[in-house]
Write a protein that binds this ligand. Structure first.
Ligand code: AMP
Ligand code: MG
Length: 347
């Protein structure tokens, strides 16, 4: 072999090496602390530079959301909540207005059960705090706030200007910001060319694309007891969001008081232990999981239909699992003995 042909052979080998290096798909993973929880971003991609740039973007975006959407620490949202009671018109941070407008629509669709205007009630219960409370607030104080009927419809948005016709409105996007924020990050990363990705915020997640040859497999927590009650395989662009009474709660005189408040009564919603929704985007899935939790075992079908979600599983406080036929097709029960399951279409 001449030195030139050796060089040519080497060149070809190097080229093949570079190509196969380029096509080698890898998993990239980072965890961020945002929305009071750990958010795990997993990218499945063949370009390490693109994956690194995407992780940087995710970090910057989550930091921005953390700074602007916090309900009880200085933030753009906090400032809005301070200005609302004046009844005057003021200019609101542009980062909040899309959240307000989107949740106005969702609130109407949920018949007011998803109601981010009840921030005062949530603060009264003590759930707007890093530490959990240990006693319920006085009944009179709860009744007084419920009687003021704070609603998203009390807010009028005109361009960048905002005003509330009800001084009792205080915004808390805890039921929805996670889903909305995950959607924003996914759109940004998609625009950077990422096609296979999962963003998982403590079991609430959205995925796009695939995980190699396998789908993304997700566990749904057993609301009473350890481990998972069911699993779902996710492929393509889908979100899975769960609202549960085990996430933030305290026990007082033998009763569990949790963080999902029924706006009609001012008390933690009764009758449900968890609701899981599978839907295309995260914002709708997140809002719907909270609303259907409040709706409970007798009303959830009506509200699911009105919110346009068709894959729902609700576990009631007797341990009975209620679901739609579309959810039954997707879910694999994992616990033994298998609980009572009631499959019924939306009304
Ligand atoms: P999630 O875990 O998505 O169901 O959200 C629960 C959080 O949403 C609570 O910690 C409160 O900040 C807020 N929240 C509680 N009840 C409601 C409600 N009925 N509508 C809207 N937000 C609520
Ligand atoms: Mg929610």
């Amino acid at each position: 072999m001449t030195s030139r042909s050796i060089l040519r052979a080497l060149g070809a080998a190097l080229l093949i090496g570079a190509l196969s290096g380029c096509q080698h798909t890898q998993e990239y993973n980072e965890t961020f602390l945002v929305f009071g929880t750990l958010v795990d971003v997993t990218i499945y991609d063949d370009d390490p530079n693109r994956a690194a740039a995407a992780m940087e973007t995710a970090r910057a975006d989550f930091n921005y959301m953390q700074r602007t959407w916090h309900a009880w620490k200085p933030s753009a949202l906090y400032r809005i909540n301070q200005l609302i009671p004046s009844g005057a018109e003021f200019s609101a941070g542009p980062s909040i207005l899309p959240l307000i407008e989107r949740s106005q629509t969702l609130s109407v669709q949920s018949h007011g059960l998803f109601n981010p205007a009840i921030g005062r009630l949530i603060a009264l219960w003590g759930f707007q705090s890093d530490d959990l409370p240990n006693t319920p607030p006085p009944q009179d104080a709860i009744r007084a706030l419920v009687a003021q009927h704070p609603a998203m419809a009390d807010l009028q948005v005109k361009g960048l200007r905002l005003r509330s016709s009800n001084p009792a409105v205080q915004l808390d996007f805890g039921a929805f910001a996670k889903g909305y924020g995950i959607d924003l990050v996914i759109e940004r990363l998609r625009a950077l060319g990422i096609e296979n990705l999962i963003v998982n915020a403590g079991g609430d997640l959205r995925a796009i694309g695939r995980h190699g040859e396998r789908p993304w497999r997700i566990g749904i927590r057993n609301p009473r007891g350890e481990g998972v009650i069911a699993s779902v395989d996710i492929q393509g662009d889908e979100s899975v969001f769960t609202s549960g009474d085990y996430e933030r709660y305290f026990d007082y005189e033998g009763t569990r008081y949790h963080h999902i408040i029924d706006p009609r009564t001012g008390y933690p919603a009764r009758g449900t232990t968890s609701v899981t929704v599978i839907h295309s985007d995260g914002a709708d899935a997140d809002a719907a999981a909270t609303a259907l939790f409040v709706a409970g075992p007798t009303q959830w079908r009506e509200i699911a239909k009105s919110m346009g979600v068709d894959k729902v599983m609700l576990i009631d406080d007797q341990g009975v699992v209620h679901m739609t036929p579309a959810m039954a097709e997707r879910i694999h029960m994992q616990i033994k003995p298998v609980p009572t399951i009631r499959i019924s279409p939306l009304e």
